[in-house]
Design a binder for this molecule. Structure first.
Ligand code: ADP
Ligand code: ZN
Length: 437
């Protein structure tokens, strides 16, 4: 493939029938490969199955699920299916929810990963003339090196700014004429706020035109706000280190769901309780099987991310399935007084208020004798002491939140900077201080 063209119509618009044939062929190869890893060798023995049992794509159901706990239990090499001397890099999950997990890669794995990221970037209009700045941490976090190699492959001039140091990020954006930035959405909002403090208007004073935002849950409303603030198109990037990192699923110019690359992955949506397939179009847990990986193939990996497959064909012509915007992880769900709530539902409401900034914090506490209680703190762009205005705004936010989540939270408006999110880590939106017993 020439460096200057990462749109591959043969693969990206392949008729689904043909795509399924390709998937079966790659699945069979993957299954033969994965049993070379101690974890799957043991699993296949316990279940009394062998790679030859996979004769059709429906036979996927015979294969075991793989969970994050399996990766932890078999830490560090138990899922690696090639001799370590054939591996050239390992990555490890950022550990937002516990101990890290390890993912190994051969050179071919890294090449395929870079190709996938290049495909995504090309899809959203990145070209060799662009200047691409990556504000993700370089190191174990896959969005650093993952975007780096993909962007280089497209032929863009890359600025590996890495995480943090917002003033320096802004200087680079201005001095180097950055046109594309990759940033976690909470950090993109932070860059914007610091720009405004510096008297910089990104629409006038920079050449920015595309933002790639992902790695953490964000609402459509937050995306729109980022687009308006910067005067750019912001595309949703879904990545997960166990699958490789960024490049797994990305929005196309239609901005309606992320195409998940089915020549790399087989996608299932399951009910996380019964583990049975969800009905078409229903929300459930995203389960992914890698079919294009050597060092560490994963079968039916339970991502714990909640989404659904969007029905119908995408007007862009790509035939690969689209996953809906993530609702969050199954372990993000808040259960309060028996009601299930996702933080993203709260964010969606908050983002509708122009007076509010993008930072918020949900705190859950037990207050005797009333029981469990939710407080939503949110930053106001311009805090003034007009008591009536603050009261009115608080009342309206509370009312809209109650309509959405069915319980009444205590809403607290706080000045900007009070809840400052980290420059380097994914934003923490929920603090659970409840007494469990
Ligand atoms: P960790 O599990 O330690 O956060 P990763 O860096 O592998 O490690 O993070 C992957 C997770 O990040 C996904 O499983 C998902 O929950 C979240 N995530 C990634 N991209 C998105 C996105 N575009 N929208 C919402 N959540 C995302
Ligand atoms: Zn599309």
């Amino acid at each position: 493939m020439s460096y200057s063209n990462y749109f591959n119509p043969e693969l990206e618009t392949m008729p689904r029938e043909q795509l399924r044939e390709l998937q079966l062929e790659r699945l069979q190869k993957t299954v033969r490969q994965c049993v070379k890893a101690p974890f799957y060798e043991q699993k296949f023995k316990e279940m009394g199955i062998s790679p030859e049992d996979i004769k059709s794509l429906d036979d996927l159901q015979k294969l075991p699920f793989t969970t994050k706990d399996d990766l932890r239990e078999f830490y560090p090499w138990g899922l690696t299916a090639v001799p370590l001397k054939e591996c050239v890099r390992l990555h490890s999950s950022s550990g937002t929810t516990g101990n890290p997990t390890v993912v190994t890669h051969t050179q071919k794995d890294l090449d395929e990963w870079a190709n996938a990221v290049a495909r995504c970037l090309w899809m959203v209009g990145c070209r060799p003339e662009d200047v691409f700045q990556n504000s993700a941490g370089y190191g174990m976090f896959t969005a650093g090196l993952g975007f780096q190699y993909g962007a280089e492959r497209v032929g863009m001039l890359t600025v590996p700014a890495a995480a943090g140091n917002t003033l320096r990020q802004i200087k680079f954006i201005k001095d180097f004429g950055t046109t594309v930035v990759h940033a976690i959405p909470s950090y993109a909002s932070r860059i914007y706020e610091v720009m405004r403090e510096q008297g910089i208007d990104p629409r006038k004073d920079t050449r920015l035109r595309v933002l790639c935002i992902g790695a953490e849950p964000h609402s459509e409303e937050q995306r729109q706000r980022i687009e308006e603030n910067f005067g750019v198109k912001a595309y949703n990037s879904y990545g997960i280190s166990e699958m490789m990192g960024p490049g797994v699923a990305f929005e196309c110019p239609e901005q309606n769901g992320n195409h998940i690359w089915e020549d790399y992955f087989i996608v299932e949506i399951i009910d996380p309780v019964t583990l049975q397939p969800s009905k078409p179009g229903e929300f459930g847990e995203l389960v992914i099987t890698t079919i294009n990986r050597e060092a560490m193939p994963l079968l039916r990996y339970r991502t714990r991310d909640l989404t659904r497959l969007l029905p119908g064909e995408c007007p862009c012509g790509r035939t690969h399935a689209r996953i809906d915007r993530l609702r969050g992880r199954s372990d993000d769900m808040i259960i309060l007084k028996g009601v299930n709530i996702f933080p993203i539902q709260i964010e969606k409401i908050l983002m509708n208020f122009k007076e509010l900034s993008t930072d918020y914090l949900i705190t859950l506490e037990t207050i005797e004798p009333q029981g469990d209680f939710m407080t939503v703190e949110v930053e106001v762009k311009e805090f003034n002491d007009d008591y009536q205005q603050i009261q009115g705004l608080t009342r309206e936010i509370t009312r809209q939140l109650k309509d959405e989540i069915l319980i009444t939270p205590k809403v607290k408006l706080v000045p900007k900077g009070t809840l400052a999110v980290s420059d380097e880590k994914k934003a923490v939106r929920v603090k659970d201080l409840r007494k469990l017993f």
